[in-house]
Ligand binder design. Structure first.
Ligand code: MN
Length: 233
């Protein structure tokens, strides 16, 4: 009997929830894996983004999906030089030679940590200040910008993200597949994320089912332009 079979026998289905170290039976729940990265708390209540994003989606998205990226990233970098690197540095280092485990989970941890902060209760509205000026300069109006961003979010095939990025002072709207990120070395169009929208089905399926466009439309009511503006300045 190998270790995995032993654990199945000893712990039943819950064995799948445990991660293991390289030697011995020093296993622990994935949620308390003591790697270098930890799940940041959601900066508002789970239900705070209702009705745009429902409470149960936020609970599962933050506590299960985001936690999964954190735990799997810690496992993927355990015992490697990346265990001493910052998350930004790991993400920026991702190229075509990087393992899929690091690429997906470092991206997943970065993207979700960013995502929670650019939304909030009592948000929505329009950007102000330098970001408003830059958006108007590039897209003509906020409505045109919304249309372009919405197109990027709704046309991304399968799982991924829509992004507003800056490269120097220039803005661009792009989308990336899976948990890729515009800062990654392998990104087709590189830049610093200003805002982003998760268009994985796990981000909206409970409330919106297959209607991604309705979720994207509702997201404009929870984007926090105060925090997004800070990403631009
Ligand atoms: Mn997600």
């Amino acid at each position: 009997m190998n270790r995995s079979e032993f654990m199945k026998l000893a712990f039943g289905a819950s064995a799948a929830l445990f991660s293991t170290r390289s030697f011995g039976f020093n296993f622990r729940p994935a949620s308390s894996y003591d790697g270098p990265f930890t799940l940041p708390p959601l900066p508002y209540a789970y239900g705070a983004l209702e009705p745009s994003i429902d409470k149960m989606t936020m609970e599962i998205h933050h506590d299960k999906h985001h936690q999964g990226y954190v735990s799997n990233l810690n496992k993927a970098i355990d015992g490697t030089p990346m265990a001493k690197m910052s998350l930004d540095d790991i993400v920026m280092s991702v190229d075509n030679k990087t393992s899929m485990a690091v690429r997906n989970n470092a991206g997943g941890h970065w993207n979700h940590s960013f995502f929670w902060k650019i939304m909030g209760p009592n948000a929505g509205g329009v950007p102000t200040g330098a970001l408003a000026t830059a958006i108007n300069k590039k897209y003509g109006s906020f409505d045109n910008f919304k249309e372009e961003f919405t197109k990027a979010a709704t046309t991304r095939f399968g799982s991924g993200w829509a992004w507003l990025i800056k490269d120097g002072n220039s803005l661009d709207i792009i989308s990336t597949p899976n948990q890729d990120n515009p800062m990654m070395a392998l990104a087709e169009k590189k830049g610093t994320p200003i805002m982003g929208l998760d268009v994985w089905e796990h981000a909206y399926y409970l409330k919106y089912q297959n209607k991604r466009a309705d979720y994207v439309k509702a997201a404009w009511d929870v984007f926090d332009w105060n925090n997004i503006g800070k990403n631009f300045s």
